[in-house]
Write a protein that binds this ligand. Structure first.
Ligand SMILES: [Mn+2]
Length: 362
């Protein structure tokens, strides 16, 4: 008795901060991940494909998203059980309610767990009915006696909360002990994008990367429910990787030099989404912005640029500036101790403060 379990695909995610055409490329990559999951279900001849929520993002899902899902999931040679999460919560206007589903696809639509029998087990699925504040879906639950019972839902196991982003706890918070108390032998879960497997539960993580800096171990979990405890093998299905690089652009004298320096530090693999943090100082004569760097590199690479570059201070120019900065510079350089480290530091900090920047005094 084996199921293939996944969650948190987040179809139609916006991917803000990436230049065109990358948000659309990334959305296509999520669709590819789902196709690979269905192919894996077919190859492994599993008894069911289970999906524990955040399959799509409600505010961006369209009729075409539903058509893709029906077509792709309808191609699975097994039952497909879907338990809606906070991003794809069940409501009468939801894509889940509007779409006509193939006979093998079952979407749970109540917060009270309901059973579907798959071979020798019962899989109890429950749905979020709201985008935020869903209460513990295991609260007060005690499954009736019968064949082994498996829980399928989207929720925040409280033991893992300290490792997660703030706000994760607002979505069906529950304790690992609730799983056994409710009468379940195992829980197939979604919500945490960081994979986690214990003797009692499985979070497979997001199959395709969604943000920078995330753990990249998510995938689809092949779960052998006949083993005690269930045996879990995580299969990676992603086609994009993510990376972070920091590039100091100090000394670049023109825009192309900045681009060349950044390009030289990008990972070789083209399907890597790279967050580039540009640091250092550039002369005010080098006219380039983070947006321009992202647009220029974005033609062939998936990059987001975090521009933390400061303008280098050109005292020779500022000395004649007809504004408060010029007055400030002239007042300091006329001092007898103008060359002292203290005055030099005051000069740099004051000019940054006058430019509305963090003066860097620590
Ligand atoms: Mn999610």
């Amino acid at each position: 008795m084996r199921v293939l379990h996944c969650a948190d695909l987040h179809l139609e995610r916006a991917f803000p901060g990436l230049p065109a055409p990358w948000p659309e490329q990334r959305r296509q990559a999520i669709r590819d991940a789902l196709r690979r999951i269905v192919a894996l279900a077919r190859d492994e001849k599993v008894d069911a494909l289970t999906i524990a929520g955040d399959l799509y993002e409600d505010e961006r899902a369209r009729g075409e998203t539903g058509a893709f899902l029906a077509d792709t999931l309808g191609g699975a040679p097994c039952p497909v059980l879907i338990a809606p999460g906070n991003h794809d919560f069940w409501h009468p206007g939801a894509l889940y309610a509007r779409q006509a589903w193939p006979a093998n696809v079952h979407v749970f639509r109540t917060a009270t767990p309901k059973a579907v029998t798959v071979g020798p087990v019962r899989i109890f699925g429950a749905a979020h009915l709201q985008p935020k504040g869903q209460s513990n879906l295991l609260e007060g639950v005690r499954v009736p006696d019968g064949s082994p019972a498996i829980a399928l839902f989207h929720g925040a196991e409280v033991g893992q909360l300290p490792l997660e982003d703030a706000g994760k706890g607002d979505h069906s918070p529950f304790a690992e002990a609730d799983v056994e108390r409710a009468g379940f032998t195992y829980a197939l879960l979604g919500h945490y994008h960081r994979p986690r497997v214990t003797d009692r539960l499985c979070y497979p993580g997001n199959p395709e990367p969604l943000t920078f800096g995330e753990a990249d171990g998510g995938g689809a979990a092949l779960v052998d429910l006949a083993a005690r405890p269930p045996r879990v093998t995580l299969h990676r299905v992603r086609t994009f990787a993510t990376a972070d690089v920091t590039v100091d652009v100090t000394g670049c004298t023109h825009r192309d030099a900045v681009l060349d320096r950044v390009r030289a530090q990008l990972p070789a693999a083209p399907r890597t989404a790279v967050r580039v943090r540009c640091t250092g100082e550039l002369a005010p004569t080098v006219a380039v912005s983070g947006r321009q760097v992202a647009a220029a590199l974005g033609v062939d690479r998936c990059v987001a640029v975090d521009w933390a570059v400061r303008p280098a201070l050109d005292l020779a120019v500022l000395l004649h500036a007809p504004d408060v900065r010029g007055e400030f510079v002239r007042a300091l350089v006329d001092r007898p101790d103008a060359d002292s480290p203290l005055v030099q530091r005051a000069l740099a900090a004051g000019l940054r403060a006058l430019a509305g920047e963090d003066p860097g005094l620590r």
